[in-house]
Design a protein. Structure first.
Length: 589
C-alpha cells in the first residue's frame, strides 16, 4: 500500500462522512412534520418512548443527533427524564439501520435481480434521479428528496472507495498485527470508543470498521469489542451538549453514558467468558460487513432488552450521580440544542409564542378590568406581564432569526416567518395594556370619572375588545383559519365604534356635560384600544397567510374584506352585537 492508496482512502472517508451528514440533514428536513408527530405521541410508557427513539434515529440516521435533541427537550421541559431514558434506548437500536444499509455491499450473486440489490448496481441510478430532482425541481420537498438520494449515493461511493483503497492492507504486517492486538477486548473497546468520540458518530465508525473488514484482517474477536467501544464513544456528543443545561438534562446525558457502559461491562464479560470456555471458531473468522451489522444490532438489542425494564433504576441512579442543589434553577424557555432539529425547534418556538400570546391577552384584559376593580396587585400583574412579553419577544426574535438560517422545508420556513411577524404584534398589545392601565390610574389620581353615557359606550367597546382578543388567541394557538377569518370583521366594527364614540364624546364636551380632562383620557383610551384591535387583525392575518402559503399580510387583509363571502354577514352580526346605546350623544352625564 503506497501513498496514493492512503490518499484514496482518505478521500473515500471524506465522501463517506459527507454523504452521511448530507443524507441525515435532508432526511430531517423532509421528515420534519413526522418528527413532530412522533414527539407528540410520546408518553410515559417505556415501549412508546423506545419506539419513538428508534423511529426518529432511523429517519435522521444519527443516534448522537437524537440524543442531543433529547437533552434539549429535557432542558426545555418538553420531556421528562423518564421519557428521555426510553427514547435514548430506542435511539441506540435505531442507529444500527445504517450498518445494515452498508452491509448490502456484501451481496454477491449471478442472479440479475439479486445483483440489483447491490449498492454498486443501484447507487448510480439513485444519483442520477437525485441530481435531476435537485437541479430541475423548484419544490423544496422534491429538492430534499434529491439531496437524500445524492447523500446516499455519495455515502456508498465513499464506502466502496475506502474498501478498495484498504484492500491492500491485508498484505501489510503492521496492519494485521494491529487487529491482532485488538483481540484484547479492553484494547478493542478503547479503540472503538476513541474513534467514535473523535468523529462523534457511531454509525460512521461502524461504517469505517465495515470498510476495513474488506481486507479480511478483521476477525470477529477484534470487531465485537470495537463495536462495544463505539457505543461508549457515541455518548461524548450528548455529554458535550449537556454543558450549561439544567440538572435533568445533565441526567439524560449521564443516563446515555450509563446505559452504554453498563451494557458493555455486562456483555463484554459474557463475551470473554464464552471465548475462554467455548473458544468458538467463529471468533477467528474474518468479519464481513453483514456480520458486523449483525453484531452491532445484537449488542444494542441485548442492552435494551436488559435495561429497558430497569429504566426507573437508571433514573434514580442518575439523580444520585447528579443531585439537586438548593439553588433554584432558572427555566430555559428556548434551547439552542434544538436548532439541530429545526422542526422540533419550531414546535418549541410555537409553544413559547403561545405562552407569550396568553400573557399579552391577559395583560390587556386586566387593564380593562382596572377601570372598575383597580387594585395595586392587579396593576403590578399587568406591568409584570408586559415585562414578560418584552422578554419573550427578545428571546423568540433572536431564536427565530437563528432558526431561519437553518435548512428547513418551505412550510416550516413560512411558519417561522409568520411567528416572527406575530410576536411583534403580541408585544405591542402588552404595551397598550400598560397604556390603558395608565389611563385608569390617571382617572383615579385626578379624581376624574366618565359620564354615564361614556361608561356605557366604553363597556360596549371593552366587550368587543375582549372578544377580538379571545378570537386572536384561539386562532394563533390553534392555527385555526376559520376563527382567524372572524377577526377582521370584528376589527372593522371596532374601528366604527371608536369613531362613533369619539364623535359622541365631542358632542358631550360641546354641551358641557363631559369634562375636558376626562375627555382627553377617553380619547387616548379609544386610540389604545383601536390599535390593539389592529394588532389582533395582524395576528389573524399571519395565521391565514401561513395556511395559504402567502406571506403578504396587506393582500390577505384586503382579500378578507373584498373577496370573502363571509365578511359582510360577520360584520353585520358584530355590528348588531356591539351596537351603542341610542342617543347617548345628546344626553347629559
Amino acid at each position: 500500500m503506497d501513498i496514493f492508496n492512503i490518499l484514496t482512502m482518505l478521500g473515500g472517508l471524506a465522501l463517506f462522512l459527507f454523504g452521511m451528514s448530507l443524507m441525515g440533514q435532508a432526511l430531517e428536513r423532509r421528515a420534519g412534520s413526522r418528527l413532530r408527530s412522533l414527539l407528540e405521541q410520546m408518553t410515559g410508557r417505556p415501549i412508546i418512548g423506545f419506539l419513538t427513539g428508534l423511529g426518529v434515529t432511523a429517519i435522521i440516521q444519527s443516534s448522537s443527533a437524537t440524543t442531543v435533541m433529547v437533552v434539549g427537550f429535557v432542558n426545555s421541559g418538553l420531556m421528562t427524564l423518564r421519557q428521555a431514558i426510553n427514547v435514548i434506548m430506542g435511539a441506540n437500536v435505531g442507529t444500527t439501520v445504517t450498518a445494515w444499509i452498508l452491509s448490502l455491499g456484501d451481496i454477491d450473486s449471478a442472479n440479475v435481480i439479486v445483483r440489483l440489490l447491490k449498492p454498486s448496481s443501484f447507487t448510480p441510478v439513485l444519483a442520477l434521479i437525485g441530481i435531476a430532482l435537485y437541479m430541475f425541481c423548484k419544490d423544496s420537498k422534491k429538492k430534499d428528496t434529491g439531496t437524500i438520494l445524492l447523500g446516499f449515493a455519495t455515502l456508498m461511493f465513499g464506502m466502496e472507495t475506502m474498501s478498495g483503497a484498504v484492500s491492500g492492507l491485508a498484505k501489510v504486517p503492521a496492519f494485521t498485527n494491529l487487529f491482532l492486538a485488538f483481540r484484547n477486548p479492553l484494547l478493542g473497546v478503547l479503540a472503538g470508543a476513541v474513534l467514535t468520540g473523535i468523529i462523534q458518530s457511531s454509525s460512521a465508525s461502524v461504517g469505517i470498521l465495515q470498510a476495513l473488514a474488506a481486507t479480511g484482517a478483521v476477525s470477529y474477536a477484534a470487531a465485537i469489542p470495537i463495536i462495544m467501544g463505539q457505543n461508549i464513544g457515541t455518548t461524548v456528543t450528548a455529554l458535550l451538549s449537556s454543558i450549561g443545561t439544567n440538572k435533568n438534562a445533565h441526567r439524560a446525558a449521564v443516563v446515555h453514558l450509563m446505559f452504554n457502559v453498563i451494557g458493555v461491562v455486562v456483555l463484554l464479560s459474557l463475551f470473554c467468558l464464552v471465548r475462554a470456555v467455548f473458544s468458538p471458531a467463529l471468533l477467528d473468522e474474518a468479519a464481513s460487513r453483514s456480520g458486523i451489522a449483525i453484531a452491532h444490532s445484537a449488542f444494542n438489542i441485548l442492552c435494551t432488552a436488559m435495561l429497558l425494564p430497569a429504566g426507573g433504576l437508571l433514573e434514580k441512579l442518575a439523580v444520585r450521580l447528579v443531585p439537586d442543589t438548593t439553588k433554584a434553577e432558572q427555566t430555559v424557555e428556548l434551547d439552542e440544542r434544538l436548532l439541530a432539529a429545526p422542526s422540533m425547534a419550531l414546535q418549541r418556538s410555537s409553544a413559547v409564542a403561545g405562552e407569550m400570546a396568553e400573557c399579552a391577552v391577559r395583560a390587556l384584559k386586566n387593564s380593562l378590568t382596572a377601570f372598575t376593580a383597580y387594585t395595586p396587585e392587579l396593576a403590578q400583574s399587568i406591568r409584570d406581564d408586559e415585562a414578560h412579553c418584552d422578554h419573550y419577544e427578545d428571546i423568540l426574535g433572536t431564536y427565530l432569526v437563528r432558526l431561519s438560517a437553518q435548512q428547513m422545508g418551505a412550510d416550516e420556513s413560512e411558519e417561522a416567518t409568520a411567528l416572527l411577524k406575530s410576536i411583534g404584534d403580541l408585544e405591542r398589545i402588552s404595551d397598550h395594556a400598560v397604556n390603558v392601565l395608565s389611563s385608569a390610574e390617571e382617572l383615579r389620581s385626578k379624581g376624574l370619572s366618565f359620564s354615564r353615557d361614556a361608561v356605557a359606550e366604553f363597556n360596549v367597546l371593552a366587550a368587543a375588545i375582549n372578544e377580538i382578543l379571545d378570537l386572536s388567541l384561539r386562532c394563533f394557538t390553534q392555527r385555526d383559519v376559520h376563527i382567524a377569518a372572524q377577526v377582521e370583521p370584528l376589527e372593522q366594527v371596532i374601528d366604527t365604534l371608536k369613531e362613533r364614540i369619539r364623535t359622541r364624546h365631542i358632542l358631550r364636551m360641546q354641551q358641557g356635560t363631559c369634562s375636558i380632562e376626562a375627555g382627553f383620557v377617553l380619547s387616548d383610551l379609544l386610540t389604545e384600544l383601536e390599535r390593539t384591535s389592529d394588532h389582533c387583525s395582524n395576528i389573524a392575518g399571519c395565521v391565514i397567510d401561513a395556511a395559504q402559503h402567502n406571506l403578504n399580510l396587506h393582500e390577505t387583509l384586503k382579500a378578507t374584506k373584498t373577496d370573502s363571502a363571509d365578511f359582510q354577514p360577520a360584520f353585520a352580526r358584530y355590528a348588531r352585537k356591539y351596537a351603542l346605546p341610542a342617543g347617548t350623544g345628546d344626553t347629559t352625564a
